[in-house]
Design a protein around this ligand. Structure first.
Ligand SMILES: NC(=O)c1ccc[n+]([C@@H]2O[C@H](COP(=O)([O-])OP(=O)(O)OC[C@H]3O[C@@H](n4cnc5c(N)ncnc54)[C@H](O)[C@@H]3O)[C@@H](O)[C@H]2O)c1
Ligand SMILES: [Zn+2]
Length: 364
């Protein structure tokens, strides 16, 4: 097991990455929660039927957590769902000393973290991420929230967990496409800040995709360590944390234009990274050789599903992205393997030139 320490302005907490963590979770939790706390677990019916028994096995018989459920899908990551869950918590007698465990993918983590942030003005929570994306990215950093019909993640709060338990064994039941999509966030981590992770992803691709548990632990731990370092320096995204959005300005636009139906988040980000790479190249921020190596690594974790979109549609959608300041387009570019920087003055013409080859390649 590896332990990564997150140390932000508002909280300090450990992230455990390993195998067999789920069965021992109930016992370990007592260290954080104390024996007397009531424990509630938010999960989805499918995850609970796959892993619920193992999750419960470490809790004493007379202290079994109370399970709450959110159905799968972005359409359920909404205020209405959080209100329903808060009502269930109150009826079940949850108080400010109760603890919530978010046991699932990024949707459960975001909605559960938000529920914990606002229930009785905030209760403690623990993340037990079950998707690769949630393990390498969304469970760490304290961003929580839900969607509006007008846009994703527009309601939310920063609320750091007490601890994160990432057990790579639970990834065994994850569909391969979901695994590959999550790995693009690790590819991003390597590109923007960790050249050693980048090389490991290059050299160990087959083992990682085959689900080798030592390889997965290495990838999850390094990705978390990268994110922990960044959010430790800039918890609220006023500076350095913006680099985590590499590939996301256009990736989010691609997701929006394709109505969140064609591509998983990580897949859209992979296309977005290819476009960001073109932009970095056109500004001569990195060598042709490095650009090719980066593009090759992104493609190695494909296939990337095709989609249809036009440049004006994407520019429109990118303009609405909450990460952009009015009038200027902020962009994260890579300046070499393991390096990124934020530029504020990217023009629509530059984005168009970077997008065109990507859209040609993506066309079905
Ligand atoms: N808070 C953050 O910093 C942050 C960062 C990135 C993404 N996100 C959010 O994360 C969400 C996406 O998360 P995701 O990619 O984990 O998707 P998800 O939560 O929808 O999970 C994907 C699918 O896998 C299933 N699943 C989960 N674990 C499983 C397992 N072990 N075995 C079998 N099936 C399993 C789920 O039921 C679901 O159908 C988005 O809403 C996004 O906005 C948040
Ligand atoms: Zn992302």
């Amino acid at each position: 097991m590896r332990t990564i320490h997150v140390n932000t302005a508002s909280a300090k907490y450990p992230v455990y990455v390993g195998t067999g963590l789920l069965a021992g979770f109930g016992k370990r939790l007592q260290k954080f929660a104390g024996k007397s706390r009531r424990v509630f677990v938010l999960t989805s019916p499918a995850i609970w039927s796959l892993w619920g028994k193992q999750f419960l096995s470490g809790f004493p018989k007379n202290q079994q957590p109370t399970a709450l459920f959110l159905p799968p899908g972005e359409q359920h990551k909404r205020l209405a769902g959080v209100e329903r869950l808060a009502t269930e918590l109150s009826i079940a007698g949850a108080d400010r000393s109760s603890l919530l465990v978010a046991f699932g993918g990024g949707i459960i983590g975001d909605a559960g973290g938000f529920l914990a942030a606002i229930y009785m003005r905030g209760i403690p929570y623990v993340q037990v991420p079950t998707t690769l994306l949630a393990q390498v990215d969304s469970s760490v950093g304290g961003k929580t929230g839900v969607n509006l019909t007008s846009g994703k993640n527009l309601i939310g709060s920063f609320h750091q967990p007490l601890a994160v338990f990432a057990d790579v064994d639970v990834l065994k039941t994850l569909p391969p496409r979901e695994s590959r999509a999550g790995l693009f966030e690790s590819v991003k981590a390597g590109i923007i800040r960790d050249p050693s992770l980048f090389r490991y992803l290059e050299s160990s691709r087959d083992r990682i995709l085959a689900g080798d548990s030592a390889a997965l632990q290495r990838v999850v731990a390094s990705s978390v360590a990268m994110k922990a370092e960044v959010v430790g320096i800039d918890e609220r995204e006023s500076g350095l944390r913006m680099i985590l959005n590499f590939g996301h300005t256009l990736g989010h636009a691609i997701e929006a234009v394709t109505a969140y139906k064609k591509l998983l988040h990580g897949e859209a980000i992979a296309w977005g990274m290819l476009a960001a790479l073109n932009l970095s190249r056109s500004r001569q921020l990195l060598s042709e050789k490095e650009a090719l190596r980066i593009a090759q690594l992104i493609r190695a974790f494909g296939p990337l599903p095709s989609f249809r979109a036009t440049v004006p549609e994407l520019l429109e959608a990118a303009g609405r992205d909450k990460k952009n300041k009015a009038g200027t387009r902020r962009f994260v570019l890579t300046t070499g393997i393991g390096k990124a920087s934020v530029v504020e003055d990217v023009t629509d013409a530059e984005i168009t030139a970077a997008l065109e080859p990507v859209l040609r390649e993506a066309r079905p």
